[in-house]
Design a binder for this molecule. Structure first.
Ligand code: ZN
Length: 560
């Protein structure tokens, strides 16, 4: 109750020319002793969230409890309204997200038998595998292997990699990314930019639709956009999923990856050549290739855990249209404890995504300081992003505002730590009018907008805005500028590549003295101005005509 009063007071102060500043309990959070959105405030939040004490913020751990308490304390200190509803109907900052934990604990190998004998590819180094079915024992025995190219069925592009084959009882062997990633031209799949068809999640979903028993992706660093070590570290620990009505029984029995060497060896054992098959897979009219007499077997034992995690939802209610909302998101979770490097076994997730959570809290503070708007603005810290965008999936399936009334989602996943830049990146540019708003706000800072410099990484599908787009909400997801004031594009590109190669999803993603978050302040100011314009206005940004999410929006928010 008290918090509602303070929020109301803050809103009132805003519309009646801020005689008295909104009450913010600055003592509650160290970072609040610095100006809102400032580099010092952001660093102060990151120092807490990415400390070893927070243990890498994995769901279901002590690190989770500390993180939730920190964000709740900040939202309370700002006087935000609790945006979620508990089972008993009472308001809470915490939206419970039921999850199923699954840990494969028998180090299964992937055995491939053929005329040349049987070979077991070992768990971790050569193969990773799991099941999304909620069951303890899963087994595939002697299933024929079928090479299905990129494993894509796209009627709009007259493309069907499963044409003419019945996949029941068989294992699909699949390439990562999409057919025109390496061809230098656009064959309908966006050229070097990864489409959703190129994502690993899509590969397993399509194989399931085809009735396959198993689906194994052959890893390759460039088209995957990360090394095998990432596949290994992400898939040998406990995995989570949101609770599905069918307990995952519509999924294939076994999902997994093999290294590039193992993939090449399996194809070779079937008398095929990896590069030649890839070339065929990139060519329209590709048809599946049964891999001789090769048969695959995998036996999994999975420890099932029914658990829960939490999204944190804080709201600054609108004065005139409180049921309409602009939503800011950032995932608070990271990997927790991970494979040690130089004796350090905590993946602190400083850039990924303690920076984004810091930005979320500081944006909330900046909004409170400047007063409530015509519409509501919500700040949603989501869980389970590292485990497959789970918190945002749950939120988008259980939104606290009607989807058609959500004006836009503005997501933050990794803010700039390299100082100010002359540009700003829009991930997934070209899909909606949100681009225009961001472009105007950046130009007001004398900066230019650029498309994603690494389109092959498919970043648009790899963070939480994707789940809002999935329910039709126009989204904005920006990345740090590359053209750094200090060192230009050369330094910007080198720093990002160094991060991806050496610190992404590893214990080395830690805050260091050379961090400069003044660039993040620049970017957050753009995100604030874009959102503020929508919160104080009545416009509804729309998807571009060619955007794959436009049809959903038409259904939830018919344009006049
Ligand atoms: Zn992230």
């Amino acid at each position: 109750m008290r918090t509602w009063l303070i929020a109301a007071a803050a809103a009132l102060a805003a519309c009646t020319t801020t005689a008295s500043a909104p009450h913010i309990d600055t003592a509650a959070v160290v970072a609040f002793s610095h100006p809102s959105l400032s580099a010092d405030s952001l660093v102060a939040h990151v120092n807490v969230l990415a400390s070893d004490e927070f243990e890498g913020r994995a769901p279901g751990t002590h690190g989770e409890q500390l993180t939730l308490a920190y964000i709740e304390r900040a939202y309370t200190a700002l006087g935000l309204q609790p945006g979620a509803t508990e089972g008993d109907g009472s308001r809470s900052f915490l939206q419970e997200v039921p999850l199923t934990g699954a840990l494969v604990d028998n180090a299964p190998s992937f055995t491939v038998a053929g005329a040349d004998g049987s070979h077991a590819y070992t768990f971790g180094n050569q193969f990773v595998g799991w099941t999304k079915r909620v069951e303890e024992n899963t087994s595939i025995a002697n299933a024929p292997l079928v090479f299905v190219g990129y494993g894509i069925v796209a009627p709009e592009h007259h493309w069907n990699d499963y044409a003419g084959i019945d996949m029941h009882g068989k294992i699909a062997v699949i390439l990562i990314n999409d057919p025109d990633f390496e061809t230098g031209d656009d064959r309908g799949f966006g050229g070097r930019a990864m489409t959703y068809y190129g994502r690993w999640t899509y590969k397993y979903e399509e194989a399931a639709r085809q009735g396959a028993a198993g689906a194994i992706i052959i890893h390759e660093t460039a088209p995957a956009a990360y090394p095998w070590s990432v596949v290994q570290s992400s898939n040998t620990t406990q995995q989570f999923d949101v609770v599905h009505d069918d307990n995952g029984m519509s999924r294939v029995q076994v999902e997994g990856w093999v290294t590039n060497d193992v993939g090449r060896e399996i194809l070779h054992r079937a008398g095929q050549d990896y590069d030649a098959l890839k070339h065929r897979a990139q060519t329209p009219g590709f048809t599946p290739v049964v891999l001789g007499s090769l048969q695959g077997s995998v036996t999994l034992h999975t420890q099932i855990q029914h658990t829960r995690s939490y999204n944190v939802v804080g709201v600054l209610p609108g004065r005139a249209e409180p049921t309409e909302a602009v939503i800011y998101t950032a995932h608070w979770d990271h990997l927790g404890r991970c494979n040690p490097v130089n004796g350090d076994g905590i993946c602190n997730g400083a850039l990924d995504n303690a920076t984004g959570v810091s930005g979320l809290i500081e944006l909330a503070r900046h909004y409170v300081e400047h007063g409530a708007g015509r519409r509501s603005v919500a700040f949603v810290a989501v869980t389970g992003e590292e485990k497959g965008l789970l918190g945002s999936r749950y939120y988008s399936d259980h939104p606290t505002f009607t989807p058609g009334n959500i004006v836009a989602d503005i997501n933050m996943d990794g803010l700039s730590i390299y100082g100010p830049a002359r540009d700003l990146t829009i991930i997934g540019i070209g899909k909606s009018e949100m681009d225009d708003l961001a472009t105007a706000a950046a130009q007001a800072q004398g900066r230019r907008i650029r498309p994603d410099p690494f389109p092959e990484r498919g970043s648009f599908f790899r963070s939480d805005q994707f789940n809002f787009a999935r329910i039709g909400v126009p989204v904005l997801y920006t990345g740090s500028g590359i053209d750094l004031v200090n060192g230009g594009e050369a330094r910007g590109t080198a720093l990002v590549n160094d991060y991806v190669a050496h610190r992404y999803h590893s214990p080395q993603d830690q805050i260091t003295p050379d961090w400069d978050m003044t660039g993040a302040t620049q970017d957050l100011t753009v995100l604030y101005n874009v959102g503020r314009g929508l919160v104080d206005g009545s416009s509804w940004p729309a998807w571009r005509p060619n955007a794959e999410f436009r049809a959903v929006r038409q259904a939830t928010h018919p344009s006049p």
